[in-house]
Write a protein that binds this ligand. Structure first.
Ligand code: NDP
Ligand code: MG
Length: 388
């Protein structure tokens, strides 16, 4: 029996992780669950799965959750609770969205446990620190992000630059605005951006997919996970989302991983690795899928992709700045306070303010994140003033 802590259990990845556990209950047990604002949903989950620990984000919710739950289930709050949950299970699924997932990534690896990583933002912002804690005895990091889980499988799970790899090819669906030019994207709404053609995901990553920032973050994620230089990481748009990514080797062989776009497959892979689930999530009928197409990304309309490559190549804290500025911009867009096209503008102008921040430890990562957020907020304020 593998015990699993699911942090961010009320979100898209969290709920799909519970579906995987439901499918093979003899194999997995739930050690801990957490949420931020969805307290009622969290209580319902805890009643069903009976974890040892439940974590809320707001201390005012602790008493209410405690009262609602049977004895034997401890209720904790904030980072301390997340760290305890990360240390207690065989596998921790980091399904929190955004920089808030950082303590889970660090604590799980530091404890020498397996991290099933969906929360790409923590790896992107803290790559040098993660690289260190990843070397803790017993620690392992299995990517849940579908492209990286695909590459992990195509690589045969190697960690560190592999001289026989010619390039990694990340596939992108192209998002809801594929094929549109900048003029036709003026005035698109939050609702438009949330209409993803192939994946059903949380709002932040869905907006990131619409700008291609998600793919940009994934390029940095691939560099951090596999040690592949940026010149050897390419992006190709594949609207059907069947080929989840590929590895091209020096002899010209390309190995790809195919399945339906169903996150339960990479989640299940990360939970059961090195074995595989017996449940065929995302099984593929190639005759029904019929056509698979590939095209280059439109880098001038979707500027975030190259902003991410540039931040990745700059290195240091630049990826942390990119990710934090993007979080600020996407929050503003989702709140209806910004135009869609201004997301890339805010990220670009924030990166112009980038001053090198050392990233030696977690505190330095938190500081770099704060610097970038404050720079991004001043860019947003400047844009607002010029709109008035
Ligand atoms: P959701 O927005 O659906 O869920 C996020 C989860 O995190 C919720 O449980 C939410 O709780 C919790 N949460 C939000 N803010 C905080 C906080 N400040 N502190 C603690 N917990 C918090 O996101 P997704 O499931 O879509 O994405 C999660 C991560 O996985 C992201 O990093 C994303 O990039 C990555 N990912 C997602 C994919 C997908 O298919 N969804 C695919 C590949 C990667 P509450 O419900 O209370 O708000
Ligand atoms: Mg992905």
């Amino acid at each position: 029996m593998t015990s699993v802590s699911i942090l961010g259990s009320t979100g898209s990845i969290g709920l799909q992780t519970l579906e995987v556990i439901d499918a093979e209950p003899e194999r997995f047990s739930v050690a801990a669950l957490s949420a931020a604002s969805s307290v009622d949903a969290l209580i319902a989950q805890a009643k069903k799965y009976r974890p040892q620990l439940v974590i809320v984000a707001d201390p005012r919710d602790v008493a209410r959750v405690q009262e609602a739950l049977p004895g034997g289930c401890e209720v904790a709050c904030g980072v301390d609770g997340l760290v305890a949950a990360s240390e207690m299970a065989d596998v921790t699924v980091n399904a929190i969205v955004g920089f808030a997932g950082l303590p889970v990534t660090i604590a799980t690896l530091k404890a020498g446990k397996r991290l099933a990583l969906a929360n790409k933002e923590s790896l992107i912002t803290a790559a040098p620190v993660v690289e260190r804690v990843r070397r803790t005895e017993g620690a392992s990091l299995i990517p849940v992000d579908s492209e990286h889980c695909a590459i992990f499988q195509c690589l045969g799970a190697s960690h560190g630059a592999n001289p026989q790899v010619a390039r990694l090819v990340l596939t992108a669906s192209g998002g809801p605005f594929r094929g549109r030019d900048a003029a036709s994207l003026e005035g698109v709404t939050v609702q438009d951006a949330l209409q993803h053609p192939t994946w059903s995901m949380g709002p932040k990553i869905t907006v990131d997919s619409s700008t291609l920032m998600n793919k940009g973050l994934e390029v940095i994620e691939a560099h951090a996970l596999f040690g592949t230089p940026y010149d050897q990481i390419d992006v190709v748009v594949h609207p059907q989302s069947i080929v989840h990514s590929m590895v091209e080797y020096t002899d010209g062989t390309t190995i790809a991983q195919l399945s339906l776009p169903d996150m339960r497959l990479p989640i299940g892979y990360a939970l059961s690795y090195p074995d595989r689930l017996e449940t065929p999530f995302g099984g593929l009928d190639l005759l029904a899928s019929s056509t698979l197409t590939f095209e280059p990304p439109d880098r001038s309309t979707f500027r975030c992709l190259d902003l991410a490559y540039a931040a990745g190549r700059t290195g240091g804290a630049a990826p942390a700045w990119l990710s934090a500025a993007n979080e600020v911009a996407v929050e503003e867009f989702l709140a209806g306070d910004l135009e869609w096209a201004q997301i890339s503008e805010i990220v670009s102008r924030t990166l112009e303010l980038y001053v090198e921040d050392p990233l030696d430890n977690v505190e330095a990562v938190i500081e770099a994140d704060a610097h970038s957020r404050s720079a991004a907020r001043s860019v947003v304020a400047g844009i607002r003033r010029s709109n008035e």
